[in-house]
Design a binder for this molecule. Sequence first.
Ligand SMILES: NC(=O)C1=CN([C@@H]2O[C@H](COP(=O)(O)OP(=O)(O)OC[C@H]3O[C@@H](n4cnc5c(N)ncnc54)[C@H](OP(=O)(O)O)[C@@H]3O)[C@@H](O)[C@H]2O)C=CC1
Ligand SMILES: O=C(O)CCC(=O)C(=O)O
Length: 527
Amino acid sequence: MPITGENLIGAAARRGEGESFRAVEAATGNSLEPAFASATAADVERACALAAEAFDTYRETSLDDRARFLEAVADAIVAIGDELIVRCMAESGLPRARLEGERGRTVGQLKMFAGVVRDGGFLEARVDPAQPERKPLPRPDLRLRQIAVGPVAVFGASNFPLAFSVAGGDTASALAAGCPVVAKAHPAHPGTSELVGRAVQAAVKQCGLPEGVFSLLMDSGISVGQALVADPRIAAVGFTGSRRGGVALMQAAASRPVPIPVYAEMSSVNPVVLLPAALEARGRDIGRAFVGSLTLGSGQFCTNPGLILAVEGAGLDGFLEAASAALTETQAATMLTPGIHKAYCAGVAALESNPAVTTLARGLAGGTHQGQAALFATTAEAFLADHALAEEVFGAASLVVRCPDLATIRAVLERLEGQLTAALHLDEADHDAARALLPVLERRVGRILVNGFGTGVEVGHAMVHGGPYPATSDGRTTSVGSLAIHRFLRPVSYQDLPASLLPAALRDDNPLKLWRRQDGKLAAPSA
Ligand SMILES: NC(=O)C1=CN([C@@H]2O[C@H](COP(=O)(O)OP(=O)(O)OC[C@H]3O[C@@H](n4cnc5c(N)ncnc54)[C@H](OP(=O)(O)O)[C@@H]3O)[C@@H](O)[C@H]2O)C=CC1
Ligand SMILES: O=C(O)CCC(=O)C(=O)O
């Protein structure tokens, strides 16, 4: 499939008339063919108009048709073949095995949402039948279902060019909910974005859906994204990226005449707590495993373990020795963009020059665009006194905070901002200490895990990839897993509607065979 550099607006492919830009080969910094042209205000207008036009038809597609569409998107992505992987490797600098795995995750995610749609449980159908004889007042007939919120703007993330990008989790969950999507390609991987966008476009056509169900807009700057969020037809936003970008979009969305929700997944340092018995028993093993997680994907995961908390002692010394030894042998790895590499180097330099911070180890030095891993240590006292030490350094850098006792670990956790994940390393003898920390962790994070690290998010029904601000803009949701669909739904009640006007999900004969809450009790569909 040739990459043309065009915007995909409904069924059309149109060359933008905005600023021209090229993808950059991550490993070399060289420009790649072809030239892309940024979308104009008229392109944004057209994509949003088509999305609004498609909305009422698309949101009422049968559950089976919508599920088949999601499966068709998945199949079309697979059908691109190796060209997708090769282009994505060049643009992102990520290795083949990682991207093949990520493609599998993207396709699996679309298929999971197809299953969620077929199941129909997300409609949360409720029926409170009328009670005309009720005293002192009769009860009306009340029925409730969830409907799609409207067209959704999706911002592809730089660090997961497939699973969190054009047809990633935000797009899959929005389409599953019944929302058309207008995606803004990340300029770090425009070619990958176009290939995936064309696959989605082809699936829309193959399934006979209105063309406005999906559009993809290119831009090397922020004007297209700003215009999208401001467009009155856009009803919600999905974003993964920097805190600065996410907060800017939250502000843009809040200052509209009609404000809309922004579901932004932003920064997180993902504290890892090493409890004493576990450290003593296997501190060295944990140290080696930690370096594996820290340096995965050159550390460019929002779930990267950026902060280690432990009580000082022989166990922590063993952990640090093993971690430092492993880190020293770690190859530098290409980072996603020159900008991300520069930000990483600046973050590492700030830690190196902080008098309260010790550099424990550096990985092997690499080329111009490669990130060199780094491990630092500080004291709890210094950490608590300097807010900057709690900030994310995006890349393979982590800070160990030496604590005098468990109470100090708890105090440090209390001071942290909202996080995506927290990990506890524990043995049986640590259970009381862990129990004491759980209430703090529940308040601070979206996912608590034991004897592991947060990198590698499972796409499932019980996953929360979210957390209190600033990990995300709205800690009540998740951007991974089937619960993500709820970001793009809202409840509607139908009071005393004649049977012939009721949506199928709420009719007495329950033609969709849904589990429904009937007068407050969950009821199975009759056979
Ligand atoms: N926590 C996480 O998961 C991640 C964090 N990051 C952090 O983000 C930094 C930069 O990486 P990057 O991926 O470029 O993330 P950004 O947040 O800068 O960009 C993400 C997307 O949002 C757009 N955008 C950014 N700011 C605005 C704005 N004010 N208005 C409208 N659109 C906007 C960008 O457009 P454009 O690029 O065209 O300007 C891009 O499409 C990294 O160094 C890292 O610190 C990055 C990836 C994931
Ligand atoms: O760890 C993962 O699998 C996903 C991480 C993530 O969401 C991100 O880095 O943006």
